[in-house]
Design a protein around this ligand. Sequence first.
Ligand code: PLP
Length: 458
Amino acid sequence: MQTDSLVTLDRDHLIHPVVNYRTHEQRGVAVLEEGRGAYLRDSNGHELLDAFSGLWCVNTGYGQESIVRAAEEQMRRLPYATGYFHFGSEPAIRLAAKLVELAPASLQRVYFTLGGSDAVDSAIRFIVNYWNALGKSGKKHFITLERGYHGSSSQGAGLTALPVFHRNFDLPLPNQHRIPSPYPYRNPLGSDPAAIIDASVAALRAKVQELGADRVAAFFCEPVQGSGGVIVPPKGWLKAMQDCCRELGVLFVVDEVITGFGRTGPMFACKAEGVTPDLMTVAKGLTAGYAPMGAVLMSEAVYQGIAEGGADSPIGHGHTYSAHPVSAAVALEVLRLYEEGGLLQNGIDQAPRFEEGLRALLNHPLVGDARSRGLLGALELVADKEAKTRFDPALKLADRIFETAYRNGIILRAFADNVLGFAPALCYTGQDFDLLFERLECTLNAVLDQPEVRRALG
Ligand code: PLP
């Protein structure tokens, strides 16, 4: 089909996630047609280096034939098996056991979802059920971080602390609360790791005291805040937050939807920091985007609490496509590629090259901060490096960068407050990184040459 007619059909019928509908109607859709390794081709034949792995999910890169084969074989043998009525399928059972083997030792039980939002939503429902089952039915309040992202479900979008997810949606709910983000670049206390950690622990403690420990159900956080602008807390921060939750009797939930599966280096960011959460949510890299799937993992204690509270009736939480056998077969092959196929190791080996490339751009007049962990990174653009002043939103700098980058053959993520996000696939080679940074520098220079941008610089 011609690109023009696709653009028309898209404009008339398809609602896109998280766009301004009026802007989308004017811009039209960019149709992606094909992918190989780290590269994509759009319907105009334009080749693009994908520096964002789709939506931080295609960690294996595109065109991995063994994943296609795994899906095809499973689809032919058994395309669907319900988990209801005590049925199940081999790939889903093996995948649950494999995830437990890979996850922090505290996590023993797995409930499969279709993605990250329903993993978070399921976690919320399980937590409410757990506290009620234990007779602690006052524990109904949830605490998250400012700039946190926990998906787009009716309740999860309220745990998300980004204004566009709340505006006109009557969120956050009265039982959803936030504490400041541990944002080293913009932390009023400076970037000293110990000070940042102490401040977050103090803020959590104060919030729990304000609400009453007997009313707080859980604290949710990402090991690195992704959609909030790739905010990398100091090492030790996650463990300190966990310890604080344990002391206060609050469940500690780690959302590894982005950070899981090698994105920050190890299989799970929290496990590498010695953290043992009560619940953990995953998605994205679990199937590397080849099929939809997410999961919530929980401790034996949480599982047993819910089970005991169930008395003789079923626990009323389910999805038709929970533990979908095709997605599970895909995930098993993706996990094999991370481990035996060497992708996890390649991600670890390439991370210094990625970090170095980002840091080198600190010399660029537009770049105020460069930060990364593993293959998850960002550049923060500022109008004045000394004062860290943000650009006037009216300049629409993020849109300018995104469009110029696209023309120059890179897909990156340009966040509204001029943070450029990067999540290259774990299959990137040194040459891919050379090309990325060459194109990125050209992009930043081209945007800097625009008179309105030059005038905006401090
Ligand atoms: N949690 C985190 C940390 C995420 O980054 C995302 C998505 O980006 C979600 C949850 C929601 O996942 P999904 O978009 O698969 O529903």
